[in-house]
Ligand binder design. Structure first.
Ligand SMILES: Nc1nc2c(c(=O)[nH]1)N[C@H]1C(S)=C(S)[C@@H](COP(=O)(O)OP(=O)(O)OC[C@H]3O[C@@H](n4cnc5c(=O)[nH]c(N)nc54)[C@H](O)[C@@H]3O)O[C@H]1N2
Ligand SMILES: Nc1nc2c(c(=O)[nH]1)N[C@H]1C(S)=C(S)[C@@H](COP(=O)(O)OP(=O)(O)OC[C@H]3O[C@@H](n4cnc5c(=O)[nH]c(N)nc54)[C@H](O)[C@@H]3O)O[C@H]1N2
Ligand code: SF4
Ligand SMILES: [Mo]
Length: 753
């Protein structure tokens, strides 16, 4: 008899609840969980293909270890013995910086990825940390760090209540949303319009999201910062700013106005390829809306002025009084996150506390730019990276200049990949540690609940028992921490969790603002609930969190943030709600979220002010004749879903989209081939002529290029596509955040016969 089990979908940021159908130990179906408190039955084609992905025969079943140049299946003990024999010795001989850690996107979709990588980096003592953030949202972390003093204080648009949404560089109808966790994003946008609200989309392509909008502006890629600056300028010039209740929390309003003086709509219009009238009327509409939210994503982040654009998004929300109010952009309050603290000055946010060895790039949020990984490996000298631990990352395809990185990885002394697939990156590893399929893992969204449009909390235990010979990904990570610390032979994984629990409780009980101040940490640790280390850690975070039971010490008068039914949370309580607990709509949180040194919102932070001359100079630059942007397909997910037959084919192909006028001018035909060339090299790609893209812009999706030898991706290899990131050489980046420029870079195009 088939049975069903709930499982939160780990395949994108929407975090939908799924109902899995399970026969024996095989997932034979997946549908949207109608009882899920957040997603209410929504599912997309990826979630529906959960079973096929879960049982992909190409998934690795056992660890691989390289012997005599070849990767062979082996047991877990040999795999960890190999790591323990290699890494501590390298650190001993060449120092802590000789080991780099690379963390990829799926770490935000696993419990292991949230709980252990910080411990791994700490155990190694390395500053060579590279993550997908510098191919993605680091500009937003930096702008939040500078404005609010906390890089994780990212306001999200209040989709369900706003009257006006200005959406830039995002295509949630394909991506299902990002830095804005909202199951059924498409339905929420339709509901916005149905209640009389307005949706304006800014995108060089007429995307499915743009087609849903009241208005679509298609400016030149890379010009968002200019457009946003001009909107802010117009608001000020026409006396349309109204920060309202925010005013008392603002620092630097006058300086901001001065700094934006040159960015008049008339001055930026030619660079954006919009009219000044369009910009002014957008500013007026934004100001006139009862509530409004400005929201920018990938197309406004992974560009030359990504941090400035990310900053200006929030500047507009502030100037219009929409930050931190219902219907505007609000700060979520996740159940496993920290409890709100009293308002007041904080430590602030610093950039560039250290720099990368070769390129001299400043760190941001303790990370170095992913574009600098290859040079840190292949440039000789003191402090060179000789070993790499890659977790859920495929930078050979997802980062610029994969060919150079490919060669660099091949030259490493030692490499570990924690990855279910033998792919373009993991094929270089000396040890591959494969996590089990998602049906065999428990799930909680530590990261994404902090970006959700509604406060809610859900946890699903593994839907299928761990298969014989498998190791849970949390245990894989915990053993990795032990293996690199040389504690491999003497300690077991629970020691890693216990140490983390002890550290948290020591801090908590020493904190004068904590209801647990002065309590006995050993006793508190003994009260934790859970079947294993990760569950006990989740329990601890829930109990200390904003809705937590604080181990029962809080009196009624000090009821936690949620109040009411949702208060008193812990894992045991949560487990009684298999479809989650709704914690209500987002609520205003200022000034409590602020951690700046002034204790206020610092509107014109110094690093931003220092960047503005560069943006001003852009006004005078002659734009390139042809630039490239990316795109996403609903049935895809970065570089790793091309191996599931149900998800590839049809319109999900690696084609170069070209506008008919550009095609005619360049002699390109639909279905023909073209050679595209940029800084990093050339690619031969199939052409798709379409008027959904504006003139002067072409689009190629990322995550393709599955034609390298030594991988085990039998389906993906049949239609490998081309790696768009080979067009880049890694020199283009947003300097403040170290984020790669993946959109709006110049290319040349020629027909191929
Ligand atoms: N040109 C261009 N390039 C881009 C982008 C773009 O828009 N344009 N987007 C960028 C963005 S936003 C991102 S986030 C990056 C993503 O780039 P990466 O962070 O490299 O992520 P993926 O390409 O998704 O590769 C994920 C890896 O994790 C593995 N994996 C899958 N599930 C699990 C799991 O449960 N556990 C573990 N341990 N591993 C798992 C997969 O097999 C794969 O090897 O790409 C970036 N690259
Ligand atoms: N189906 C699917 N879903 C995904 C992913 C996936 O690969 N496939 N990846 C996941 C990840 S890791 C992320 S980070 C999110 C990203 O989620 P989104 O940010 O929604 O990403 P995209 O769908 O790539 O949309 C970016 C849009 O920006 C436009 N654009 C490009 N350059 C510019 C520019 O200069 N200005 C403006 N205004 N627009 C520009 C592009 O045409 C594109 O339509 O999606 C997540 N969800
Ligand atoms: S929208 Fe995202 S979370 Fe929801 S089913 Fe699809 S892939 Fe999964
Ligand atoms: Mo991403």
């Amino acid at each position: 008899m088939p049975r069903t089990a709930p499982r939160i979908c780990p395949l994108c940021e929407a975090t939908c609840g799924l109902t899995l159908t399970i026969e024996g130990t095989t997932v034979t179906g997946a549908r949207g969980d109608r009882d899920d408190v957040f997603s209410r039955g929504f599912v997309c084609p990826k979630g529906a293909a959960f079973g096929a992905l879960d049982s992909d025969p190409d998934r690795l079943r056992a660890p691989l270890v390289r012997r005599d140049g070849r990767l062979r299946e082996t047991g877990w003990k040999e795999a960890y013995d190999t790591i323990a024999a290699a890494v501590p010795a390298l650190v001993q001989e060449h120092g802590a910086q000789s080991v780099a850690v690379v963390l990829g996107n799926p770490n935000v979709h696993t419990m292991a990825g949230a709980l252990y990588p910080p411990l791994l980096v700490q155990a190694l003592g390395t500053r060579n940390l590279f993550t997908a953030s510098t191919l993605d949202q680091m500009p937003k972390h930096v702008s939040s760090g500078l404005l609010f003093g906390d890089p994780f204080a990212i306001p999200v648009p209040d989709l369900d209540r706003t009257d006006f949404l200005l959406l830039l560089g995002a295509n949630p109808l394909e991506s299902n949303g990002s830095l804005c966790t909202a199951p059924d994003f498409p339905g929420r946008l339709k509901a916005l319009r149905a209640r009389g609200g307005t949706l304006v989309v800014v995108d060089p392509r007429r995307t499915r999201t743009a087609r849903l909008a009241d208005r679509h502006l298609a400016p030149r890629p890379g010009s968002d910062a200019l457009l946003l600056a001009a909107l802010a300028h117009a608001l000020v010039a026409e006396r349309l700013t109204d920060p309202g209740a925010l005013t008392e929390h603002l620092e630097g309003l006058g300086e901001l106005t001065e700094a934006l003086a040159r960015f008049t709509p008339e001055a930026v219009a030619p660079a954006c390829d919009l009219t000044a009238a369009e910009i002014r009327s957008l500013a007026r509409e934004l100001a006139a809306a009862p509530t409004a939210a400005v929201y920018g994503r990938i197309g406004s982040c992974t560009v030359e002025y990504g941090t400035l654009a990310s900053w200006l998004v929030d500047v507009l929300n502030i100037l219009t009084g929409n930050l931190d109010r219902p219907g505007g952009a609000l700060f979520p309050l996740p159940a496993a996150g920290p409890r709100p603290r009293p308002a007041g000055p904080g430590k602030g946010f610093a950039l560039g506390r250290w720099h990368s060895r070769v390129g001299g790039h400043p760190e941001a949020k303790s990370e170095l730019p992913m574009v600098s990984l290859a040079e840190e490996i292949d440039t000789p000298g003191e402090g060179r990276v000789r070993a790499l631990i890659a977790i859920a990352a495929n930078p050979v395809l997802s980062a610029p200049d994969g060919r150079r990185l490919d060669a660099a990885l091949a030259g490493l002394d030692f490499m570990v990949s924690v990855d279910p697939y033998l792919n373009e990156t993991s094929r270089h590893a000396h040890v591959v540690l494969p996590p089990p399929p998602p049906s065999q893992s428990a799930h909680h969204d530590f990261a994404l609940n902090g970006l959700a449009v509604r406060n809610q909390v859900r946890y699903t235990r593994a839907a299928v028992p761990l298969e014989e010979g498998r190791m849970d990904e949390c245990e894989i990570h915990a053993r990795l921490v032990l293996a690199v610390s040389a504690a491999h032979a003497t300690a077991e994984p629970p020691a890693v969790d216990d140490k983390a629990i002890r550290a948290t409780l020591a801090k908590e009980t020493a904190d004068r603002n904590s209801p647990l101040h002065g309590a006995d940490p050993v006793r508190l640790a003994s009260l934790l609930f859970g079947e294993n280390g990760p569950e006990r850690r989740l329990d601890l975070m829930l109990r200390l969190g904003p809705y937590g039971d604080h181990f029962g010490v809080l009196g009624q008068a000090e009821a936690p943030a949620g109040g009411g039914v949702e208060a008193g949370l812990g894992l045991e309580r949560l487990l009684a709600h298999p479809h989650g607990i709704d914690l209500g709509p987002l609520r205003p949180r200022l000034p409590g979220v602020l951690r700046t040194r002034s204790g206020r919102i610092e509107l014109l932070p110094e690093p931003i002010a220092a960047e503005l001359p560069r943006l001003r100079a852009a006004l005078a630059e002659r734009p390139a004749a042809l630039v490239l942007v990316g795109r996403r397909h609903l049935r895809s997910n970065n570089s790793w879903l091309h191996n599931v037959p149900a998800l590839v084919g049809g319109s999900n192909r690696c084609t170069l989209q070209v506008h008919p006028e550009d095609a005619a001018r360049l002699g390109l035909a639909d279905g023909g081939r073209a050679r595209i060339t940029a800084d990093g090299g050339s690619l031969d790609v199939p052409v798709e002529v379409t008027d959904t893209i504006r003139t002067g812009v072409v689009s190629l999706p990322h995550g393709w290029g599955h034609d390298r030898a030594g991988t085990r991706l039998s389906v993906a290899a049949t239609d490998p596509g081309a790696n768009v990131n080979q067009l880049l050489d890694g020199t283009r980046l947003d300097p403040l955040s170290g984020t790669a420029v993946l959109n709006g870079f110049p290319v040349e195009l020629a027909p191929l016969s």
